[in-house]
Design a protein around this ligand. Structure first.
Ligand SMILES: [Cu+2]
Ligand SMILES: [Zn+2]
Length: 167
C-alpha cells in the first residue's frame, strides 16, 4: 500500500510521461450468445485508451457503453445497471451536446463477427479519487443492437451480448 502510494506520487512528479497503468479483461458472453473478446484499458498521463477486440458478434453495428456496476452475474447482463452517468446528462453521442460518461458509441462487426475499437479520452481515469472519472467499479456492455444516440436513456441498443467487470 505504502509502495503504491509512493509510486503514484513519483508518477505525478515526473508528469507521467513514462508512467502508465494497464488493466486487461476478458469479455463474458451474455444472453445466450457466444460473444468473446478482450478489453484493455491503459492510462498514460491524463489519457485512458480502451482497446476493445470482440469476436462472434452478428455482423454490423453494436452499441458499447460503460454501465454503472462491475457485476456481470445476470444471464442477460442487466446486473450492470444503467449507463454510467456521473454528470447526470442525457444519453447521446460521445462529444456531442449531451452524453453519458459511458456513451462510447458503436462498433462495426465484419462478416466474421469481429470488431475492434480503439477509444482514447481524458474524461476517464483508472483508479483515481475523482469518482466522476474513475472507471473502476463500472461494467462494459456490448449490445445486440445499434445505439441510435437519441432514445433516452439507453439509445435503444437492445439486449446485452457481452459484459466486462472493470475491477
Ligand atoms: Cu449499454
Ligand atoms: Zn448513455
Amino acid at each position: 500500500m505504502k509502495i503504491s502510494k509512493l509510486s503514484m506520487l513519483v508518477c505525478s512528479a515526473v508528469f507521467a510521461v513514462s508512467c502508465s497503468t494497464t488493466k486487461s479483461y476478458i469479455v463474458n458472453s451474455k444472453s445466450g450468445t457466444d460473444t468473446q473478446g478482450t478489453a484493455k484499458f491503459t492510462q498514460t498521463g491524463k489519457n485512458v485508451t480502451l482497446d476493445l477486440n470482440v469476436y462472434k458478434l452478428t455482423p454490423g453495428l453494436h452499441a458499447v457503453h460503460l454501465h454503472e456496476k462491475s457485476d456481470c452475474s445476470a444471464a442477460d447482463g442487466t446486473s450492470t445497471g444503467g449507463h454510467w452517468n456521473p454528470s447526470h446528462n442525457d444519453h447521446g453521442k460521445w462529444g456531442a451536446e449531451h452524453f453519458h460518461m459511458g456513451d462510447i458509441g458503436n462498433i462495426n462487426a465484419d462478416k466474421d463477427g469481429t470488431a475492434r475499437l480503439v477509444f482514447k479520452t481524458d474524461k476517464w481515469c483508472i483508479g483515481c479519487t475523482d469518482e466522476s472519472k474513475n472507471i473502476l467499479g463500472k461494467g462494459l456492455i456490448i449490445h445486440a443492437g445499434v445505439d441510435d444516440f437519441h432514445t433516452q436513456p439507453t439509445g435503444n441498443a437492445g439486449g446485452r451480448v457481452g459484459c466486462v467487470e472493470i475491477k
